[in-house]
Design a protein around this ligand. Structure first.
Ligand SMILES: Cc1ncc(COP(=O)(O)O)c(C=O)c1O
Length: 447
């Protein structure tokens, strides 16, 4: 199709940042014009290049530019893009059968993924799992399960939360633009509580939990609450790491009132934070845990896993969907989980150490870097005005754009748009990671 020497993705892709054209190059620019004519405007593209191959820590575009990947397609390709084990397992499954609808005729892969999830998620109680397609769909199903199990309807979500773009998950999500504006009315029976945000509130976890619980108890009767849902480390909301003690206090309070505690580990799960699941950092064992993203190396799959008695509360036929737990996605998930268990949790910690060192050095010299936070390969910095402490969204956007122009994929996040988040694939090499961080450091310095 076009003249690029090596046309192989995965780890075989040369692990070097190289810009052959400005970003976007002529071929990507042509594709952007086609996109404008064919794709709905509501579907945006952050970094306007079109991809030819990806693997290791590199994404190569159709102009032959090799970019350092510090985003993993929003925390999805944790195992590495086009990971050989994932590719082989998926290809083998593709050659046997592509679909049956598990709820019509079963297949082993679905059961094996549920067995693996029951084994690797926190807690040694009896568990069951159910598989879906997207993160939002799994969140919706976790709420359905909690409602069926408790006979209650109300759900509590938190400030800065992001749970997806379907109707119920928009209601759970905190931020209006771009996720909610113009798309209401939203699902009812959702209440919001303040999140522990140590950089901004300076509170201990226990204090923040007390305030959150007081707020909830003023809004709604306790015996009407089916579930609280929370990201152990918030993703889109700004990589907010709650103060120690916050999540255990909430979980204890939920347990004492028969409220189902749901951890949304869609962004934090599968080795990303240097534990298989981020709940472990905080010493909590959620009743239900929602996963997606990193689970299947880039193929669409999501899951709800949890206490057997809760998971089994929904009647037969109440959970499912045509594609949920697609056999190819299940094969990819089994290969991914094998890779996560084969050293990638430790690798996430090493990556976290490298990133933290670099970001802390930035903070030491630049007062606009207000906070450095995260765990493992899920790290962020929050940019603020050093005098007023106000969020610096414009600087954040300029720094991200400069990094993109220099061939480094970084993502921003945060309710105020002033957080740069780093989510490299766990397959990235140390040198490439350090180079990407240097480029980001220069971009912020020049911003
Ligand atoms: C914590 C969290 N929950 C839910 C979702 C929604 O997942 P999906 O985009 O697969 O529907 C996301 C996606 O970014 C997420 O980060």
């Amino acid at each position: 199709m076009h003249a690029i020497d090596d046309v192989v993705g995965g780890p075989a892709l040369a692990q070097v940042r190289e810009l052959r054209t400005p970003i976007p190059g002529p071929r990507s620019t042509e594709m952007l014009a086609r996109k404008r004519e064919a794709v709905a405007d509501g579907v945006g593209i952050t970094l306007p290049v079109f991809v030819d191959a990806a693997g290791g820590g590199i994404v190569r575009d159709i102009d032959g530019n090799s970019l350092i990947d510090l985003g993993s397609g929003i925390a999805v390709t944790s195992v590495g893009n086009a990971h050989p084990g994932v590719v082989a397992a998926s290809a083998e499954q593709l050659g046997r059968f592509t679909h049956t609808a598990f709820t019509i005729t079963g297949y082993e892969g679905y059961v094996a993924v549920c067995e693996a999830l029951n084994r690797i998620t926190p807690g040694d109680h009896a568990k069951r799992s159910a598989l879906f397609n997207s993160g939002a769909e799994a969140v919706e199903n976790a709420i359905k399960i909690a409602r069926a199990a408790t006979g209650r309807s109300t759900v509590v979500a938190f400030d800065h939360a992001y749970h997806g773009r379907t109707n119920l998950t928009m209601a759970l999500t905190a931020k209006s633009m771009p996720y909610k504006r113009g798309f209401g009315p939203f699902a009812g029976d959702v209440h919001r509580a303040p999140m522990s945000y140590p950089f901004r509130d300076g509170r201990t976890g226990e204090e923040a939990a007390r305030i959150a619980i007081e707020r909830i108890e003023r809004q709604v009767e306790l015996d009407e609450i089916a579930a609280v849902i929370i990201e152990p480390i918030q993703g889109e909301g700004g990589f907010v790491v709650p103060a120690d003690g916050f999540l255990p206090a909430l979980a204890d309070w939920a347990a004492s009132h028969g409220i189902v505690f749901i951890a949304d580990e869609i962004q934090t799960g599968f080795a990303r934070t240097g534990e298989m699941f981020a709940s472990t950092h905080f010493g909590i064992v959620p009743d239900l845990i929602v996963t997606a993203k990193g689970i299947a190396g880039g193929l669409p799959l999501s899951a709800v896993t949890g206490r057997a008695e809760l998971m089994n509360a929904a009647h037969a036929g109440g959970l499912g969907g045509t594609y949920g737990g697609n056999p190819v996605a299940c094969a990819a998930a089994l290969a991914s989980i094998a890779a996560f268990e084969d050293g990638l949790v430790e690798r996430a910690r090493e990556i976290g150490d490298i990133i933290r060192e670099r970001l802390e050095a930035l903070r030491a010299t630049d007062p606009r870097v207000g906070d450095v936070r995260g765990h493992g390969a899920m790290m962020a910095l929050e940019l603020v005005d050093p005098v007023t402490g106000q969020p610096e969204a414009a600087l954040t956007a300029r720094a991200a754009a400069a990094a993109h122009a220099a061939g480094v994929i970084v993502l921003t996040c945060g309710t105020d748009g002033n957080v740069i988040r780093l989510l490299p694939p766990l397959s990235i090499g140390d040198d490439l990671l350090r180079e990407g961080l240097d480029v980001l450091g220069d971009a912020i310095a020049r911003g």
